[in-house]
Design a protein around this ligand. Structure first.
Ligand SMILES: Cc1cc2nc3c(=O)[nH]c(=O)nc-3n(C[C@H](O)[C@H](O)[C@H](O)COP(=O)(O)OP(=O)(O)OC[C@H]3O[C@@H](n4cnc5c(N)ncnc54)[C@H](O)[C@@H]3O)c2cc1C
Length: 273
C-alpha cells in the first residue's frame, strides 16, 4: 500500500510539475493567453490520463487490501474500510472511464510519435543500450527498451490502425503506464537521495520494489503485444529477440518489504510528507 502511495505521488508530482512549467510560459496578458494555456495543458494529456488511470486503480487496490486486512470487519459498514472501498470505486468510471483513457493514452502517444524521424521510438530496440550505472535507472532503461521495441513494431506495421484492435491498444497503454510509473518513482527516489532527504532510503526501497515488479509486467505485456502483432516465424523471431535482451537482476523483495513495513510501523503511518 505504501509503495503504491509513493509511486502515485511521484507520477502526480511529475505531471503537475510539467503543467506548472508549461503554464508559466503563458500569460493571461497575451491576446492568445487562453488558447496558449489550453495548448500547454493539452501537451500533457497523455501524462494526465496515465496519472488518472494508474492512480484510480492503485487507490482501488489499496482500498481492497484495507478491506482484506480488516478481515470480516472490513466487509462490515461499521468499520471505515467498507466505505472507502465503496466510495473509491467511482474513480475508475468518472473523469473519463479508464477504458476510454487507455484508448486516449495509446492513440495520442502513437499520433505524436508517428512518422517523426529521429524519434526515440524509431530507434528503440535497435540502438545499443547504454545502461546507467545506477541499478534502478538501469531497470527503467531495460523496461523501456523492451516495451518500446514492440510498440515501435506496432506503429511501423499497423500505424494508427493498431488502435482498432483494442486488446493491442490496452497492452500499449499498460506498457506506457508502467514505464511512466516506474520512471517517476525511481527518479524521485534519486532526487530525494541527492538532496539528503531523511526518507531517501525508504523511498529507494519503495521505488525498487515497484521497479522490479513493474519490469515483470512490462516483460509479459511486451510478449502479449507481440502476440497481437505477429504469428508463426515472425513471432518466434520477435520473441527470441525479446528474450535475448538484458534483464535486471532480481533482488530479495521480502527484505525490502520488511524494511518498508518496519518504517511504517515505527512511524505509525506513511511517513513521507
Ligand atoms: C457519482 C458520479 C458523478 C459524476 N459526475 C459527473 C460530473 O460532475 N460531470 C460529468 O460530466 N459527468 C459526471 N458523471 C458521469 C460520468 O462521467 C460517466 O458516468 C462516465 O463518463 C461513463 O459514462 P457512462 O456512464 O455513459 O458509461 P458508458 O459510456 O455507457 O460506458 C459503459 C462502460 O463501457 C465502457 N466503454 C464505453 N465505450 C467504450 C469503448 N469504445 N471501448 C471500450 N470500453 C468502452 C466504459 O469504459 C464503461 O466501462 C458522474 C457519474 C457518477 C456515477
Amino acid at each position: 500500500m505504501a509503495v503504491r502511495i509513493f509511486v502515485g505521488e511521484s507520477m502526480s508530482f511529475r505531471t503537475i510539475g510539467y503543467l506548472d512549467e508549461a503554464l508559466e510560459q503563458t500569460s493571461w496578458d497575451s491576446e492568445t493567453g487562453g488558447a496558449d494555456k489550453m495548448k500547454a495543458i493539452d501537451e500533457y494529456a497523455v501524462e494526465a490520463s496515465m496519472s488518472k488511470v494508474w492512480g484510480s486503480e492503485a487507490l482501488f487496490a489499496t482500498a481492497d487490501d484495507a478491506v482484506q486486512a480488516f478481515g470480516g470487519a472490513g466487509f462490515s459498514a461499521e468499520y471505515p474500510a467498507e466505505k472507502i472501498y465503496r466510495d473509491c470505486r467511482i474513480n475508475r468510471i468518472f473523469e473519463g472511464t479508464n477504458e476510454i483513457n487507455r484508448l486516449l493514452i495509446a492513440g495520442t502517444f502513437l499520433k505524436r510519435c508517428g512518422g517523426t524521424e529521429g524519434h526515440p521510438l524509431a530507434a528503440a530496440g535497435t540502438a545499443t543500450l547504454q545502461l546507467p550505472e545506477d541499478s534502478l535507472l538501469a531497470t527503467v532503461a531495460l523496461a523501456k527498451a523492451r516495451a518500446l521495441k514492440v510498440i515501435a513494431l506496432a506503429q511501423a506495421e499497423h500505424g494508427p490502425k493498431i488502435l482498432d484492435n483494442q486488446e493491442a491498444a490496452a497492452h500499449i497503454s499498460n506498457l506506457l503506464l508502467e514505464l511512466y510509473a516506474m520512471e517517476s518513482a525511481v527518479v524521485r527516489a534519486g532526487k530525494m537521495a541527492a538532496s539528503g532527504h531523511r526518507w531517501a532510503a525508504l523511498a529507494r526501497d519503495m521505488a525498487e520494489v515497484y521497479a522490479q515488479e513493474a519490469w515483470n509486467r512490462v516483460q509479459s505485456g511486451a510478449r502479449m503485444l507481440a502476440g497481437e502483432l505477429a504469428s508463426g516465424e515472425a513471432l518466434d523471431t520477435l520473441l527470441a529477440e525479446l528474450l535475448a535482451m538484458h534483464a535486471p537482476v532480481p533482488v530479495p523483495l521480502s527484505t525490502l518489504r520488511n524494511r518498508i513495513a518496519q518504517a511504517l510501523i515505527d512511524q505509525g503511518r506513511y511517513p513521507i510528507a
